[in-house]
Design a protein around this ligand. Sequence first.
Ligand SMILES: C[S@@+](CC[C@H](N)C(=O)[O-])C[C@H]1O[C@@H](n2cnc3c(N)ncnc32)[C@H](O)[C@@H]1O
Length: 417
Amino acid sequence: MIIAEAGYRIQDYFHIKQAEFLAFYEHGILNTGNKIWLSRSKLTDSGGFLEEPQIEEKLQSLGWIIFHPQEHTVSEQLAILASAHRVAGIEGSAFHIVALFKQFQGQIDIFIRGKQLNGNYRTIANRKNFKQYEHVIEKSCVKNPASSRALWSVSNVSNIINLLTTSKDNFMSNSFDNDASKTVKIIPGTHSPRRINKLLESCNGNRYLEIGVAEGKTFFNVNSKEKVAVDPHFRFEYITRTTKDIRFYEMTSDDFFCKDLEKGRFDIIMVDGLHTFEQTFRDFCASLSLAHDRTIWLIDDTVPNDVFSAIPNQREAISFRKKFGGKSNAWHGDVFKVIFAINDFFPCFQYRTISTDGNSQTIVWRASRPNFQPKFNSLEKISRLDFFDLHQNFNLMNARTEEEVLDEINEIFQKMT
Ligand SMILES: C[S@@+](CC[C@H](N)C(=O)[O-])C[C@H]1O[C@@H](n2cnc3c(N)ncnc32)[C@H](O)[C@@H]1O
């Protein structure tokens, strides 16, 4: 039996051929500059926002067209969207129609209904490569919190109007934030890209490798000419984003390293794959073959935020925390042991742990350690350490503020040039 490859997987995958097949509608030249609100307000039991009629009234007074898709044929819906340079609305399936465009040229603003956007909208936007802004706004559930038809009350209608009438430069394309109390704003780099971009400047680097990429929140914000991503399951469509300089390997780090797929040497290597001691240590060791004398590593999640987070099994970490009343899903695993292993077995490497301004990460670089002194002197002993051992030996982490670490690295690497 031959089973065809999936053209679309609900939430997260849209094959390029399937996208091409569906894209029959020629957009033509964007001319009218219409602003369209895709309304849910006339749907019965619509879910959505209680205050949608007020939002619509205000937008209408500002020249927006309030469009009720269910009252129109598909061709009419395509035509009205084609006339728009801006299409906004509360999350809903009417937005799927953009998959039928050859090239959608407008901009989409989706207001997320529940806590998190249904992945299909972003999958379509990524595949079709149009501008889409996803907004999480402050709201409270007033009906059926558990249902897809939940009704929400928006605390501040003018917040939505402002979002649609101010410049979009303040918002991140295709971005999403779990914190339902704010809209999605570009922070001038969240901690990882902020640190990596500074490191790239310090070492004049332009070749970046990231092990464990997930949604690409770091990867896509790193300003390096060449970038290589490795992850067994990218949470975005990577085929269309591949270029000569930006390469994606959808596989485990072990596969990536043992297949010897990249020949050059990287200036910065971020190690952020599976958060276990063994895997992260192996990733670090394997990546030495892709490093040069001035390579800088950034190892993520090196200080677990609580005892649960340090459990090497993610599921156990979260379920134990829940059992004892904790709510967070944070999981660092036992990556901290990698730093102890570097301390004991890599006398030619120096490291500092950034312990402020975001998640803790350890920066490693090649430089001899005159005061080298192994502490445990056994990988087996290190592998048996726990959260409390970490804190008893915390001095070994070489923890500093972000500023101190980045300044120190900058000074060292600038002297080398
Ligand atoms: C914490 S996320 C990475 C976040 C990303 N570096 C960022 O800053 O946005 C960890 C990622 O590691 C990936 N991963 C898990 N096992 C892996 C493995 N064996 N090799 C490479 N990546 C792995 C997961 O699929 C997940 O996407």
